[in-house]
Design a protein around this ligand. Sequence first.
Ligand SMILES: NC(=O)c1ccc[n+]([C@@H]2O[C@H](COP(=O)([O-])OP(=O)(O)OC[C@H]3O[C@@H](n4cnc5c(N)ncnc54)[C@H](OP(=O)(O)O)[C@@H]3O)[C@@H](O)[C@H]2O)c1
Length: 319
Amino acid sequence: MQYRRCGKSGIQLPAISLGLWHNFGDVDDVKVYRKTLHTAFNNGITHFDLANNYGPPPGSAEINFGKILHADFKNHRDELIISSKAGYLMWPGPYGEWGSKKNLVASLDQSLKRMKLDYVDIFYHHRPDPDTPLEESMMALDSIVRQGKALYAGISNYPAKKAAKAFKILKKLGTPCLIHQPRYSMLDRWVEGGLLDELEKSGVGCIPFSPLAQGLLTNKYLKGIPRNSRAAKKHGFLKKDAITKERVEQLQKLNVIAEERGQSLAQMALAWLLKDERVTSVLVGASSSEQLLDSLKCLGNISFEKEELEKIEIILADK
Ligand SMILES: NC(=O)c1ccc[n+]([C@@H]2O[C@H](COP(=O)([O-])OP(=O)(O)OC[C@H]3O[C@@H](n4cnc5c(N)ncnc54)[C@H](OP(=O)(O)O)[C@@H]3O)[C@@H](O)[C@H]2O)c1
């Protein structure tokens, strides 16, 4: 594993981190996800990313992760960076989502109980709240860190300008923001429009989520929609209508370049993100340990020839 410094902090994260949004809920097979967690840890993945609502049902990923953590990794807590988040709908009424102090504090308390932990390493505000004053959400993160319920604060899905304001508030409060978690992949490059520059300027790390575009940027959908794939699952967030004929043709062209590089499409898609030093870690999902092992091999080659990048740009521009 390669470890990369997270912004201007003391923390280093593995170049590949594992997210538990899908594949670790009560609907999933414990034997399979337990093996995935062991494969991750045995290959140097020290960072596991959760949120209050991961499952399904919501909350079950934290419960299941907590059980395996205490059964199999109990002597390794200090080797791990465990994160959780709050902001999306978790319980009924006006306090079960968004960015009030009430929501953030209560949600983290619930997450800690589910995982049977005293603290998480990183606690994120999961999405910006258009109605709550930013100061209130950031003061909630600051007070959570001061109480020792989280070691570091993060934000997710914040656009560049709002992120910059959040960083300023947190810095003033004495709890600098450790990391931003945006969606970023070859197929979704909004962060290149200002956020990455802001993160570099502010010394904040970047951990792109859905770096494989939920599985599109793999060899999985090159010949149809396989059974058991995220697009085929009722609770999967990848919708079948995202897999158009044009998209598949584009993926096939990318796959040719990946093959020329001696990589799988997944490996090339991850390497393409990691070539940028502002990206601290790529946050992958995996429905099996084999997938994770495949993705990990991207670390063998994360540099690109100029011509390769140009060819990729041409393919990506053709939407
Ligand atoms: N902050 C936020 O708002 C937010 C939102 C979404 C996600 N996240 C975080 O980001 C993490 C990753 O998101 P994601 O699961 O969408 O990431 P992803 O890495 O883009 O997609 C993961 C899926 O791709 C397929 N896959 C992975 N590796 C593969 C390989 N080597 N070969 C073939 N297929 C492969 C699997 O699909 P199948 O299941 O079809 O096999 C897997 O479930 C989440 O777990 C969560 O921690 C955060």
